[in-house]
Design a protein around this ligand. Sequence first.
Ligand code: PRP
Ligand code: ZN
Length: 303
Amino acid sequence: MSAIQAAPARDRLRIAIQKNGRLAEPARALLSACGLSWRESRDKLFCYGESLPVDLLLVRDDDIPGLIADGVCDLGIVGRNELDEQGAARVQAGLAPAFHALRGLGFGQCRLMLAVPDEWEWQGPAQLSGTRIATSYPAILKDWLAARAIDAQVVELSGSVEIAPRLGTADLICDLVSSGATLRANQLKPVETLLDSEAVLAGAVRSPDDARGALMAMLLRRLDGVVQVQDRKLLMFRAEQANVPALEKLLADAEPLVRLPADEGALRLQTMCPGPLTWQRMEELERAGAQQLMVLSVERSLA
Ligand code: PRP
Ligand code: ZN
């Protein structure tokens, strides 16, 4: 793990993504939306970029930070939980930082949480002194405990963390929670959040100074143009002049209305809404005088 030595010059960019698992599909969809396309190799571990010199490496999520640290890949799409864990482990081992999150991607949300057996009465972190905590995130957990001067034992497990309390190998756990179903199925309840996680685009602390730098900048710009408009909707409708002030009030969270003249002194109006536009909200607008309402998804933008 010799991290920060100059990686050999390459003219193709390499992005590591999860081969299977929660982030695999959305990661590929996001990169496709950025205009990338690939030819898959037969073993499906390497995808050769066709539209641009950007290749994909399909790997285990745990391997992604290390691949970036070693300069094998330039970028990776990985959970903040995994990136932070390996980042914290490097610091604890006295190694220099080698990778960091460049962008939050708005999918794969989950939390790293402490969870205790249902029958526990939770009174706060002070209660953890002298306990054994099972986790696959020992570095983050150790930092969290140290920051609170809590003396607890960290039991590192690579999987099936949630059954440790029943097996008697730990008293409680520190694990990812998404829907909460895994905790409930194991008679555990979440009590403290250590980290709010989502998928991030990760890159090396030192970005390459060859052709890949320009490629990376272009990709980041396209990515921003996709991620930032993900939830935005373009709303278009027709309205009589007299109804416009009331409609503006109902659209207080949207951008200022763009007004275009329409037939018979009416207006065509258009605005960008930050969140989803529900049926209920459209019906409300209709009652306030909006006609011919149309909601369009925004695919990409260049700011
Ligand atoms: C996580 C975690 C739990 C599960 C929680 O594993 O370890 O097992 O998800 O999800 P839930 O709250 O919706 O039940 P994940 O599937 O992310 O795989 P991992 O072991 O690679 O982290
Ligand atoms: Zn994993």
